[in-house]
Design a protein around this ligand. Structure first.
Ligand SMILES: NC(=O)c1ccc[n+]([C@@H]2O[C@H](COP(=O)([O-])OP(=O)(O)OC[C@H]3O[C@@H](n4cnc5c(N)ncnc54)[C@H](OP(=O)(O)O)[C@@H]3O)[C@@H](O)[C@H]2O)c1
Length: 328
């Protein structure tokens, strides 16, 4: 399969390139960047020097030739690419937020008009794969909603309230520097941000509802001084108490066939660079604490996007994604 990455110079694009180099069924034919067109991909991604001899380009969507395209561009940019690519018979995995929510909620949460809306499957394969196996387009979920939802999903229908408290690495903000991501503000420091208003809350609520839960949902993110990773502590408040053994059994059964969800003590370094989500759960009766660890650029973005590509192309979901984490 021939692959194009739109937005290949960014962090998610860089990780797509890194992971696709180890994929046996695909070859990269196009890596776009408006600013770096004509420059070697390795000029901004030195990690692939010697492994990929390619320059960035900036083709119009209607000139693009590929079987699958990843949209690793900011929200509102993806909506200008999606339909032109689909109309050329190119399957699309969109890493942006443009098709994750119903139009009215997207426009309210992101404060912009959607100029080319259509309904798309929300791509957490562990929860929804049967509904989009043969899809032409998949909306890849946000990084926080992926780790948070996988942590709470097995207990969603037993809960009346779910509170997510997440710690994220700095690469979640993309490669565009800002005061928030400036080293002296991040290094040796921890901050809460968007305490009650982070955009990903809408996806988290949507996912709980999709699992048959009417639980109230809250979310506060924190920025921690690491490059990659999201550790989410989900406080799951139950209608009726459940003991430790019952809760562990619920999680074991829920994820028993899932290669990318590992029930073990979650630490960021063990999932760094991977598509794994590690989860451990502890009950104190009416409150269950489930902690998950993912790489925001792995299961939170590019890893899951490749898992979704594998799914919609009929490949083994694990293809290209079986590397172990970078611990220590
Ligand atoms: N970083 C994460 O952990 C993470 C996790 C989950 C989802 N995502 C989502 O994935 C997408 C990419 O994130 P990122 O962190 O990789 O961002 P990034 O580092 O800022 O990279 C953005 C990429 O998109 C290109 N681009 C920007 N505006 C464009 C436009 N209007 N048209 C075409 N290309 C454009 C940029 O290159 P040029 O400007 O040179 O064209 C660059 O290659 C975003 O939607 C983000 O929300 C990111």
């Amino acid at each position: 399969m021939d692959i194009a990455i739109i937005g290949a110079s960014g962090y998610a694009g860089g990780d797509l390139i890194r992971l696709l180099l180890a994929h046996q069924r695909v070859r990269l034919v196009c890596a776009t960047s408006r600013k770096l067109a004509g420059n070697a991909v390795s000029s901004i991604h030195p990690q692939v020097k010697g492994l990929l001899d390619m320059e960035f380009s900036n083709p119009k969507p209607e000139d693009l030739e590929a079987d699958v395209a990843f949209l690793a561009v900011p929200h509102t940019a993806a909506m200008t690419y999606a339909r032109p690519l689909l109309s050329r018979g190119i399957k699309v995995v969109d890493l942006s937020a443009d098709y994750r929510l119903p139009r009215d909620i997207f426009e309210k949460v992101y404060g912009v008009a959607h100029t080319d809306y259509f309904k798309a499957p929300y791509g957490i394969p562990e929860l929804h794969r049967d509904s989009y196996r043969n899809a032409e387009f998949v909306s890849n979920p946000g990084c926080f909603p992926t780790g948070a939802t996988l942590a709470a999903a097995p207990l969603a229908r037993y809960a009346h309230t779910v509170i997510y408290d997440s710690k994220t690495g700095v690469s979640g903000a993309g490669d565009n520097p800002s005061a928030t991501t400036h080293y002296p503000n991040v290094g040796d420091n921890v901050n809460a941000y968007k305490w009650t208003s982070h955009r990903h809350l809408a996806e988290m609520k949507q996912e709980l509802a999709s699992l048959g839960s009417s639980a109230k949902c809250y979310f506060t993110p924190h920025l921690v001084p690491v490059n990659r990773g999201i550790l989410t502590t989900a406080h799951i408040l139950l209608d009726k108490p459940l003991g430790q053994e019952e809760v562990e059994e619920i999680y074991r059964k829920f994820y028993e066939k899932e290669f990318f969800v590992r029930l073990q003590n979650p630490v960021l370094a063990a999932v760094r660079g991977t598509n794994f989500c590690d989860i451990r759960v502890e009950s104190e009766g009416e409150r269950v604490v489930a902690v998950s660890a993912i790489d925001n650029l792995g299961k939170g973005a590019s890893g899951q996007a490749i898992q979704n590509m594998n799914l919609i192309c009929g490949f083994d979901e694990r293809e290209g994604l079986t590397g172990a984490g970078l611990l220590p």
